[in-house]
Design a protein around this ligand. Structure first.
Ligand code: IDP
Ligand code: MG
Length: 138
């Protein structure tokens, strides 16, 4: 059964001009892109998106980083999309990420780690709704 997940190409991905490469990895791994846009996150939107982390010491810096430049949210679909995308991006800290993963290849640090991926099908639904109206998905 097909499942959806949300990716966000983070500001460091666009600063490094590797968004084209990362999108190619997503397509090569068999994900279908159902929605994608280039946008600037507001502080309120970033705070809401990362609300689960609001008690963590890095929350303020995370919001500052995610609003430091444009991002590209992507709604993707395939079988087992959530788990497969987490595998494709690798560990949160690129130093611990497996060879061949997107974070291992392109990320600099545990914070500036290039890409977001939903961590459960339920969170994926809410995260997709944060950025997309169902009617705008192809
Ligand atoms: P994930 O993106 O791999 O799911 P989470 O634990 O959900 O990782 O953290 C959300 C984001 O917060 C990370 O992708 C990263 O940008 C940032 N982050 C996570 N842990 C730290 C940390 O210890 N220091 C600074 N930033 C962090
Ligand atoms: Mg997470």
């Amino acid at each position: 059964m097909k499942e959806r997940s949300l990716a966000i190409l983070k500001p460091d991905c666009l600063e490094k001009k590797v968004q084209g490469k990362v999108i190619q990895h997503i397509l090569d791994a068999g994900f279908e892109i159902k929605g994608m846009k280039l946008m600037q996150l507001t502080e309120d939107s970033a705070k809401k998106f990362y609300e689960v982390h609001k008690e963590r010491p890095f929350y303020g810096e995370l919001v500052a980083y995610m609003t430091s430049g444009p991002v590209i949210p992507i709604c993707m679909e395939k079988e087992n999309a959530v788990a497969d995308f987490r595998k494709l991006i690798g560990a949160t800290n690129p130093a611990n990420a497996d060879e061949g993963t997107i974070r291992k290849m392109y990320a600099d640090s545990i914070e500036r780690n290039i890409v977001h991926g939903s961590d459960s099908p339920e969170n994926a639904k809410n995260e997709i709704a944060h950025f997309f109206n169902e009617k705008d998905l192809v």
